[in-house]
Design a protein around this ligand. Structure first.
Ligand code: SF4
Ligand code: SF4
Ligand code: FES
Length: 230
């Protein structure tokens, strides 16, 4: 790393991305450094905010510091960092089912019992989700807790990619969340909505759901101009 000079220039560090070196400003993210170097296509991106999971990478350090997996849009560069793009293939999720339990989960995902407790999935997760513990909870049918575990999952797929036993942890976690969501009592929700909606809100819903496209457009234009709902 170059020492900070008396000038106010930011420190620079050298990193390699897919084997090619670039200079980067200390503290900026890997993606930002790539953009500055005109190599934005080297790692795919989506949200550039740690939400979509598109920018997965593996990291290594020549000096023996621990590398691992991360999101290039969030990870600041460090001197000597070696970055390898690690796109994870999308995998279709099985449709959710009502009232899920461990038997239904096992029927859909026999892989759940393959877990060897290696913990690679937890180590790989950039969101700090206790993935392996959650797989063990799936085996015991503790599905509410599983849904809670995966609340912050960004679907990057890293836990799946590093699992040598092909257990599919996040695919199962998402299936559990969707299945529990599918089992919510919708009539009860409708009653709550009806009980709390004002007449004006009711009318607005009526218009939104039933008016024709032209009328909807006119109302949207009027709202933009006047700031009130006609
Ligand atoms: S990586 Fe796979 S085998 Fe290892 S703990 Fe996670 S789910 Fe289990
Ligand atoms: S649980 Fe898996 S898919 Fe979800 S954020 Fe963590 S590593 Fe990515
Ligand atoms: S680009 Fe979306 S998480 Fe990095």
């Amino acid at each position: 790393m170059k020492p900070d000079s008396e000038s106010m220039e930011p420190k620079t560090v050298e990193i390699t991305v897919a084997g090619k070196a670039i200079q980067a400003r200390e503290g900026e993210t890997i993606i930002h450094a790539l953009w500055q170097a005109g190599r934005g296509h080297d790692i795919q991106t989506g949200c550039v905010g740690g939400v979509c999971g598109a920018c997965t990478v593996t990291l290594r350090f020549k000096d023996g510091r621990r590398g691992g997996t991360d999101l290039a849009c969030l990870r600041p560069v460090e001197e000597g960092m070696e970055v390898f793009p690690f796109p994870v293939d999308a995998l279709a999720s099985p449709p959710p089912v009502s009232d899920p339990d461990e038997d239904k989960l096992r029927a859909e995902f026999p892989t759940v019992d393959r877990c060897t407790k290696c913990d690679n999935c937890t180590i790989a997760c950039p969101m700090g989700i206790p993935v392996m513990d959650s797989v063990l909870r799936m085996q015991k049918g503790q599905l509410e807790a599983v849904a809670e575990d995966f609340t912050t999952c960004i679907h990057c797929g890293l836990c799946r990619a590093v699992c040598e036993d092909k257990v599919l942890p996040h695919t199962m976690g998402i299936w559990v969340r969707r299945s529990l969501g599918l089992s919510v009592d919708h009539p009860a929700l409708d009653q709550t909505r009806e009980a709390t909606m004002s007449d004006q809100e009711e009318q607005e819903w009526e218009h939104l759901l039933n008016c024709d496209d032209q009328e909807r457009l006119q109302r949207a234009k009027a709202f933009r101009k006047e700031g009130i709902i006609a």
